[in-house]
Design a protein. Structure first.
Length: 630
């Protein structure tokens, strides 16, 4: 099949296209309907079908002769460990952990929160939940207690799975105090916490609430896979929206398994037995889809890497892992490649390793700038593929294919729409479809393909308002860009208050809510400005209340510390300035877009609706004091 045939069929007859793809999954009962479109914009895939996600990821491979093949290779330069789990060992650990959850009272449909560093138990927790039909909600380990508390209050888990610590290069970060503080802040109180004790930091246990993971896992009776509906939720993954309240993206079981399985072969060219590596974190969607589920669905070996592209111990870390474990495809964020390039611009560390079995570097999470694309391609002499996707979609919306048809690359473009994604560029004011090379809002004509979010957790209203009502009949991606005359997709950046910092999705609105809590701050704005390493970093602008006498530098340092402790170090909020006024339109809208352009030294026009143009000059001068707009 050519790409054109696949794409056409996926749009003209989604039932045929995805019905065929679904044959690669093991079903306990076949579906009644491939696509239920009776209640738009709430579409459901594989209505009536029954399956178990964990069975498809683990058990079926053991039953079919892959029991002794590595399922997970845990490579942890920060603890100097390489540990391998075969599919049989993984099945054992997952069944025991699932049994442990059953003993703790977890039933099908219950939520379980997972707050874990990059250790095998993170993947095991997710699979164990899937095994018994519980809904996991993984929270990225870099988030601070307040962020964790917001997620506890929304997901309402009775059980939390965590570890005693994470390790950031050389820093040991005890997780237990963060968890205790989060539970203290949250209104909903989970009753049981299971702690995986790591030797670098032993957690203090709270009698009656906290359990030692290894002890209760060993004592548990193994649990079998339960049958769930294709449309039952597999997980919730919170992602940043435009406010401080994150969106609980829901993933189903059936559509998710089908689309991810299809992607492994056709996008990544991964077959059973191959080694695949997504150098991300289980806390992000890339980690869910491509560290855990997709490689296991297809019977590949997945790498779980507890380290960084640089500093663990050097910028050759990625090349070492690829060569040592015979990785066929690596998926990471452009920022990781920029970090390597910064420390090893000539790529000398690569010379030490044999990468002959390595086929493709896949990048996503932020726009792949042409400089990074060329550097990676020249160094590796292998295809470097940019592909564009979101937490909401679980897999790529646009990309290139190593297992279907490989298109010539255009630097700056994520290449072609994936099957099932009817991408349309719309004019933001008239909602008219725009032609080639015209910049607009990127949308996807409904229905979205399998694995895409069916709704937001307990919030159909916000699902409709955020994604579906702005342009009825289309899903609003939140990104802007264009398609050229050959159908290549160019994603130019977010059109809302979401920013991408080192591939981590964050809300500037959420940071503004933190700044506004400072007693001396009257008004504030946070914008994402360009950064050579991280792609974007947030910069804060604060207006002080009248009569404040405290030194401005102290206030700036305090708000920086507040973002660090309320959201997390991962926000990389390190710069803020005090200004007299924020630039606004006459109707009071803060001109964040114009502020960003000033910081990035892009051309901008003074909006005709501005209430006082002088404020823009003041913003420019303030930015110069912190090294921007110069
Ligand atoms: N737990 C606790 N803290 C964490 C954390 C975690 N899981 N992850 C990051 N942090 C902390 C870091 O220690 C750092 O703290 P510091 O300010 O005290 O130094 C801060 O959050 C910022 O971290 P990071 O964004 O990772 O920046 P860095 O300067 O340490 O490293 C890169 C820069 C480019 C090497 C790193 O961001 C990276 O590897 N990025 C790839 C990201 C990625 O794969 N994203 C997934 C999308 S596909
Ligand atoms: P997340 O939900 O964390 O995966 O972040 C999704 C957002 O990251 C998208 O809406 C884009 O803004 C950005 N993004 C991801 N991949 C790409 C890409 N290949 N090119 C441009 N932007 C990207």
């Amino acid at each position: 099949m050519t790409y054109a045939e696949a794409y056409r069929e996926s749009l003209d007859s989604p039932e045929t296209f995805w019905g065929k793809a679904a044959e690669a999954i093991d079903w306990n009962k076949k579906w009644d309907l491939v696509l239920d479109s009776f209640n738009p914009p709430f579409y459901r895939w594989f209505q009536g079908g029954k399956l178990n996600t964990c069975y498809n990821a683990v058990d079926r491979h053991v039953e079919r002769g892959r029991g002794d093949q590595d399922a997970i290779i845990y490579d942890s330069p920060v603890t100097d460990t390489v540990r391998k789990l075969t599919y049989r060992e993984l099945q054992h650990r997952v069944s025991q952990t699932a049994g442990m959850l059953v003993d703790l009272g977890v039933k099908k449909g219950d939520t379980v929160l997972v707050y874990m560093p990059m250790i095998p138990e993170a993947a095991i927790s997710m699979l164990a939940c899937a095994r018994i039909g519980a809904v996991h909600s993984v929270v990225f380990g870099g988030f601070a207690p307040r962020e964790l508390a917001v997620r506890i209050d929304d997901a309402k888990p009775d059980v939390i799975l965590t570890a005693s610590c994470g390790i950031e290069v050389k820093k040991v970060i005890p997780y237990k105090p963060l968890l205790d503080e989060a539970i203290e802040i949250a209104s909903y109180k989970p009753t049981k916490c299971v702690i995986y004790q790591r030797p670098m930091a032993k957690a203090e246990m709270k009698a009656g609430r906290d359990f030692d993971w290894e002890e209760i896992e060993a004592a548990a009776k193994p649990a079998e896979c339960v049958t769930v509906e294709a449309t039952d939720p597999l997980y919730i993954l919170y992602t940043s929206g435009t406010t401080g309240k994150p969106k609980g993206v829901v993933r189903d079981n059936g559509g998710h398994a089908v689309a991810l399985m299809w992607s492994m072969k056709h996008i990544y060219n991964i077959n059973p037995g191959d080694v695949y590596w997504a150098a991300s974190d289980v806390g992000w969607v890339v980690g869910h889809s491509y560290i855990v589920y997709a490689p296991l669905f297809i019977g590949a070996t997945t790498i779980l890497f507890e380290g960084k592209p640089v500093g663990t111990p050097d910028p050759g870390a990625f090349w070492r892992v690829i060569s040592e474990h015979k990785v066929k495809a690596l998926f990471t964020a452009p920022t990781a490649i920029r970090a390597i390039k910064r420390e090893d611009p000539k790529g000398l560390f690569l010379e030490k390793y044999d990468l002959s079995q390595f086929e493709t570097l896949f990048l996503a999470g932020e726009r792949l700038d042409p400089d990074t694309y060329f550097w990676g391609t020249d160094l590796l002499k292998k295809p470097v593929i940019d592909h564009w996707w979101q937490t909401e979609t679980a897999w790529a919306i646009a990309g290139n294919f190593r297992g279907l048809e490989f298109f010539p690359t255009k630097p700056g473009s994520a290449t072609m729409p994936m099957p099932g994604y009817n991408i349309k560029i719309l004019d933001p004011t008239t909602a008219q479809e725009l032609g080639p090379n015209q910049n607009g809002v990127i949308t996807v004509k409904l229905p979205l393909p399998p694995a895409n979010l069916p709704t937001l957790w307990n919030d159909d209203k916000r699902f409709v308002e955020s994604y579906m009502s702005p342009f009825p009949g289309y899903y609003l991606t939140g990104d802007g860009g264009y398609m050229d005359e050959d159908g290549y997709v160019f994603v130019m950046g977010r059109i809302d208050d979401v920013i991408n910092v080192a591939g981590h999705r964050l809300s500037t609105g959420g940071m503004e809510e933190v700044l506004a809590r400072h007693p001396d701050v009257a008004e504030c704005a946070v914008v994402g400005v360009a950064d050579n390493l991280k792609g974007q970093v947030p910069v804060g602008f604060i207006v002080l209340k009248a009569g404040v006498t405290k030194p401005k530098d102290d206030i700036v340092n305090e708000v920086i510390q507040m973002v660090r402790s309320d959201i997390g170090a991962v926000a990389s909020f390190k710069k803020a300035v005090v200004v007299n006024r924020l630039p606004k339109t006459r109707s009071g809208k803060v001109l964040r877009g114009t502020m960003r352009k000033i910081a990035d030294k892009e051309e901008y026009s003074v909006p005709s609706t501005i209430d006082d143009p002088v404020t823009l000059d003041e913003i420019g001068s303030a930015l110069k004091t912190i090294g921007y707009a110069e």
